[in-house]
Design a protein. Structure first.
Length: 584
């Protein structure tokens, strides 16, 4: 897969899209702000209670006053708990709404970028990045910005008690802020490296699980385990390094905050001895200081969550910018199977050399074209272009007069029966895979497609028949069985045209016969067919041939015409070689 860097304009577009999604919850953010205001006001309950108990209750020795104050304080704490719970639940819904709004967009962006082969590096972590932002929104760190303004108010309250107490609080807040900034700069690189290492280890682990049979059969288990273990070890080391940095700053923050509270008590006691402060204010000041410093401590302790969300935001900005929202397409009528290529040049993603150059041909309904040529000639490239995966770098490729990009991707997909060279299954039942993962497929059409691919009897022999559950590797299915199911999937839904890339590479004689029957039936239904093949058996039912060499269509026409031309070219080349020369 080719990786590419998004442009500045794309990054700006991606940032705008994310910001727009975040702003959809603007009213909920205002609700959180309102709840936070009441929660922080109620946080004054403790200091005020201590102030009244020490300065009034103990002085007056009034039990009634103590009981009344205690009942009132209990009620206020209950209200604070309810409001604090409410704002946390609202933030949870904001996070869920943000993720829900972008789930489909990110999912489609990842699929489109990978299918086109032009995926930016950020495509590998699209869903994880979105989840990281959602986790940050629902974590306590998201509430810290609402509490920090109140921390300033609490600090001003300490100035009201005594200026020295206010100065101590300001000095402590400055030091904790510096610690928080140092934590950010010191752990940023470690957290990013830990994230990258973890992704590399997870990606390799998924690949190894998918190729478990090959690894076992070739005795590669120890070798690949050591490679995976090396990545895993690097991930753990990076995670430990990141944790060490963050943990050290967290411990410093906690210890210093506790020291400041003790220092505030000591300063308060000193001021009480001087007669400049009451005992109640001394205790209240210590509590108020803890409330003022709490948001900063939360930011330091939960910095890894915040930083991971920041990385996710940057990644999604680049991904969504690189893969723009597709414009809404006009719904065209079902096309006829007429495909016209005019000077088409296909440039594979990440490459500078075209695999198909200046190709021109016309295929009418009922035509079956066998695309032949040596390995690496560009047959699979043409197949991907016909399936709408790779757009032409130059020229036009039209289906019934409309270029392929005039069709919505999902609509075009229903018109194309694509059988890739390497068939993969999706996690689900065989019925699901044949029906292209439709939620409520037409069972009759599923069976019809399976019969057309000569897969019906084979499927019935499986433990649960069409309801047999398979994974992405096909489970116990052989390569030939997977190819037949892949062919059935291509035939499902009566597509307009078929693109079969090496369709009989894993098939036995029965499967090869099924391929030819499918081609014959498609022609009878006025569908068109492209068969990229090396074996002559795959093109028996093709009435036209296309010969590609070095990305150039050297011959196109009826089977007899192309065979005669290719044979003449080969004889000419052989004569040139025999004379010690060559053909130019």
């Amino acid at each position: 897969m080719a990786l590419r860097e998004p442009t500045k304009a794309e990054i700006t577009a991606g940032r705008t899209e994310l910001t727009r999604a975040r702003k959809r919850s603007r009213r909920l953010y205002w609700a959180v702000g309102l709840f936070s205001s009441f929660v922080n006001l109620l946080m004054l309950t403790g200091p005020l209670y201590m102030l009244n108990v020490y300065d009034r209750v103990l002085g007056s020795r009034s039990l009634e006053t103590l009981v009344a104050l205690s009942v009132l304080v209990g009620f206020m704490y209950v209200m604070m708990g309810i409001l604090d719970y409410a704002r946390g639940r609202v933030m949870g819904r904001i996070g869920a709404q943000f993720e829900t709004d972008l789930d489909e967009r990110v999912f489609n962006a990842v699929l489109r970028s990978k299918a086109s082969g032009r995926a930016p590096a950020e495509a590998a972590t699209g869903q994880q990045d979105l989840r990281a932002i959602q986790r940050a929104i629902t974590s306590p760190v998201a509430l810290a910005p609402y509490d920090i303004p109140w921390a300033i108010i609490f600090t001003l309250g300490l100035f009201i008690f005594h200026p020295m107490m206010g100065y101590l609080a300001v000095g402590g807040a400055v030091i904790l802020t510096i610690v928080a900034l140092l934590n950010q700069f010191s752990s940023r690189r470690a957290l990013e490296e830990a994230n990258r290492a973890s992704i590399r280890a997870e990606t390799m682990g998924e690949q190894l699980r998918g190729d478990a049979d090959t690894i076992q059969a070739l005795g590669m288990r120890r070798a690949v385990f050591e490679r995976w273990l090396d990545l895993r070890r690097k991930s753990l080391e990076a995670g430990i390094a990141s944790g060490d940095v963050g943990g050290s700053f967290g411990s410093i923050t906690k210890s210093f905050r506790l020291f400041l509270q003790s220092a505030m008590l000591g300063l308060g006691a000193y001021l009480v001895l001087l007669g400049e402060l009451t005992p109640g204010a001394m205790i209240a000041g210590s509590i108020l200081l803890g409330r003022a410093l709490a948001p900063i401590e939360i930011l330091v302790n939960q910095w890894p969550i915040l930083n991971r969300a920041r990385i996710g935001w940057v990644n999604l900005t680049r991904l969504l910018g690189a893969v723009a929202v597709p414009s809404e397409k006009t719904q065209l009528p079902r096309p006829a199977a007429r495909i016209v290529a005019d000077q088409v040049t296909i440039l594979p993603p990440g490459e500078t050399k075209a695999s198909i150059r200046m190709a021109s041909f016309q295929v009418d309904p009922g035509d079956a074209v066998g695309v032949i040529g040596p390995s690496g000639a560009g047959k699979s490239t043409l197949a991907r272009a016909l399936a709408g995966l790779w757009m032409p770098a130059a020229g036009t490729l039209r289906l019934d007069g409309a270029t392929l990009d005039q069709y919505d991707a999902d609509v075009l997909g229903r018109y194309v029966g694509y059988l890739p060279q390497s068939v993969t299954m999706l996690a689900g039942t065989i019925r699901d895979n044949i029906a292209r993962m439709e939620k409520d497929p037409d069972h009759a059409k599923v069976v019809e497609a399976a019969k057309a691919a000569a897969a019906h009897q084979m499927i019935l022999q499986l433990p649960e028949g069409y309801d047999t559950v398979i994974d992405s590797t096909g489970g116990r299915l052989s390569g030939g069985q997977m190819q037949r199911i892949g062919l059935a999937r291509a035939l499902y839904g009566n597509p307009v045209f078929l693109v079969l890339d090496e369709p009989n590479s894993n098939l036995d004689n029965v499967g090869s016969i099924a391929i030819n029957m499918a081609i014959r039936d498609a022609r009878a239904r006025k569908q068109s067919v492209f068969v990229m093949a090396h074996r002559p058996a795959a093109i028996e039912q093709c009435n036209k041939l296309m010969y590609i060499e070095d990305g150039i269509v050297k011959a196109f026409g009826t089977s007899d015409e192309v065979k005669a031309k290719v044979l003449a070219n080969r004889e000419q080349i052989d004569r040139g070689k025999g004379k010690g020369g060559g053909v130019t």
